[in-house]
Design a protein around this ligand. Sequence first.
Ligand code: SF4
Length: 417
Amino acid sequence: MPVGPGSASSAPRWLTSLRGPLEKTLHKVGAEREFGRDATAVATADGDESVPWTPPLHRLQAVALVGIVRTAAVIVLAAVSGMRSSELMELTVGCRRPPEEPVPGLTRYRLISKVIKGQELGGVVDEWVVIEPAFRAVELIEQLHPDPREGTSLLGRFAFDVRYRWFRNWVNSQTGRRLGLASIPADPVNLRRLRRTLALEMAYRPGGVLATKIHLKHIAVATTEGYSSRPGGAQAELLAEINKHESDRNFDLILTEFRNYQQGILPAGPGARELTAFFTSIDGKFDPSTTPIPRTHRNEWDVLNLLTKRAKTLHLGPANYCWFTDPSRALCLKLAGTPAADRPLIGMCDSARCPQATHHPCHRPVWTEHAERTKTFLGQLGRPRKTERTRLQNDYDRAMHIIADIDAATAPEEEPA
Ligand code: SF4
């Protein structure tokens, strides 16, 4: 139908002859927006229901959505690779190197870009070792690229702050809520902060500072220069920051466990009795028949002080808390033959047997996953592999035992009849 000046007046004239074809077309293609009409159903992020991944969209809406997805991919890439904005902007289509498997079951993903900061004009080509989500994010950005020829700039120059704001608005809008996405607070987020957060998160882990240096050396060479070549400078600042975060985090954890204890959710594991006795002593509910610690009624400051002191002994294992109060009782140090060390060897932790280990409800998913995985392996083992079967069976039994312990310590006490 002609559209333009006079079309309204000529419409009735054309309508009679066009009605048939129009209705036929309408019947065939419908009146719905053109993109995403038969969108695949996906589970919402909060897991409550399954919805089409997008409602039907007009072309401009589809283009805007591509922008949002690209931003999401950039956020993933920046947050888990720690790359600077200059390094992200140097990525090109085809920057993904074929994944390698140096040891069976362990895949190495690499990206090629350029280090610009501190280098001659034009930068220096370098390689970033990244985890799989970063690698997949680049793959997705390549797929959404309007001109995906090898060597084309992957992201071009972009203003992260603006894009991030659009992305946050989208997530916090009705569209994001429809997909069950948690809303994003208005706190400032930029590439520097993402990079710093990654460094701190890595440094939290046992031996993490060293790992951070090594990891950043692979990921962002120029960053590690600041940490390693200026003793007392950026490195000391980073360490001080890490220590502060670590003590805050430990205090939060012990306070949570103390509150749990007050609600009847007790720790489990070999060190549970000792930790419970400690909580009892500061909670003023001391029972002299079960523990030798003297009861003292303390004010809130005393309690916080005692919790702070105890928090200093806390080390985090992947599936337990380690209360490193006495090196001579540390099973890991005994096994390693270094009983006088001043830190536990979390990598050698045997939390099912060490008297300084406790398990809490937050560790249950780790043990459940471990038990399930072990069960699967057990099911796949051939008959002749008896030694392996016995080892796996013991492993499975141990995991189930720990889960049962956690459940028993978490279950509310039965009300007396
Ligand atoms: S074995 Fe585990 S819980 Fe025991 S001291 Fe070592 S790291 Fe801590």
